[in-house]
Design a protein around this ligand. Structure first.
Ligand SMILES: [Fe+2]
Ligand SMILES: [Fe+2]
Length: 296
């Protein structure tokens, strides 16, 4: 099967990024994959549907998982949980996209399935050494705070539950989907927003305290264990950190798509041969106008 994957399009945030995304859309059309998957951070608010509409001319299956930015809500009485489980699936369906978080997609003729999740963070990968330097680090995690700033999820994502509970919810949902796959499914491709395995968090070790705090907000050990123990998992592709990296898990390959607000990356993958083609669009920018560099 020919599968195209991209992530972190962040439609509407950066003019150069939007130009790059339009070029990426044309490249997907030209390649005409069997399936296209968007690995989250599609677009905030109205931009989520607007971004999905760009791909209306793409043939083949269209699959999406949301990212943390897609759960950002500015209104005071809105629920990011309802938005994640009801509103975004409806917008995806209106635009011809399969919302992977709620149900797997099975490739015809049917021995391969693509599953997906926003995945989330529960601070379980936090650097334990930070507790010596910041004795209130655990309280800082709950406030989504860094020594030098704040994670914007703390302002704009309102789940109505703790990060640990939401993490448990999304991990259990994926575990249930894996358990219920028919026997004929021998290969699974996972598309996630937050990196599911530790090796895909960042391409280089964190240096500053702020960078080390990101480990708390990037993934969770429950998803990491789930992904490692299912022998059907052959590919894991994610986004979120805006830095490309790879992992070899033996029977499975992992890729973090990378790119950033102004620079987009596209993976064209032949799932039968393992051949990968990477295409890039736009020019890298460290941060978009008016945005904090503490915001992946
Ligand atoms: Fe992103
Ligand atoms: Fe993200």
């Amino acid at each position: 099967m020919r599968l195209a994957v991209t992530a972190d399009l962040h439609w509407g945030v950066h003019p150069g990024g939007d130009r790059a995304t339009r070029a990426l859309v044309q490249a997907v059309r030209d390649w005409s994959p069997d399936a296209l998957a968007l690995a989250g951070d599609v677009g905030e608010g109205e931009q989520f549907g607007a971004c999905l509409r760009l791909f209306s001319g793409v043939e083949g299956a269209r699959l999406v998982v949301p990212g943390n930015h897609d759960l950002w809500l500015r209104g005071p009485d809105t629920s990011s949980l309802d938005y994640y489980e009801q509103t975004l699936p409806a917008i995806a369906a209106q635009n011809g996209f399969h919302y992977l978080d709620l149900s797997p997609w099975v490739a015809p003729p049917g021995d391969l399935s693509i599953l997906g999740s926003i995945n989330w963070y529960d601070y379980s990968f936090a650097d334990p050494a930070l507790l010596a330097e910041f004795p209130d680090a655990e309280a800082m995690y709950r406030r989504k705070q860094f020594p030098g700033g704040w994670h914007s999820d703390g302002r704009f994502v309102r789940l109505g539950m703790s990060d640990q509970d939401f993490t448990g919810r999304v991990v259990e949902r994926l575990a249930g989907q894996l358990a219920e796959l028919p026997d004929r499914i021998s290969r699974v491709i996972l598309i996630q927003h937050h990196p599911p395995i530790r090796e895909l968090f960042y391409p280089t070790p964190a240096q500053t305290a702020d960078q080390r705090f990101w480990y708390a907000y990037t993934g969770n050990r429950r998803m990491d264990a789930l992904v490692r123990t299912d022998p059907r998992v052959s590919w894991v592709v994610c986004g979120h950190v805006h830095a490309a990296c790879s992992a070899d898990l033996g029977r499975a390959s992992g890729r973090n798509v990378g790119g950033d607000y102004a620079w987009k990356r596209l993976l064209l993958l032949d799932t039968d041969t393992g051949q990968e083609i990477w295409q890039e669009f736009g020019r890298s920018s460290v941060e978009p106008p008016g945005e904090s560099r503490l915001r992946p």
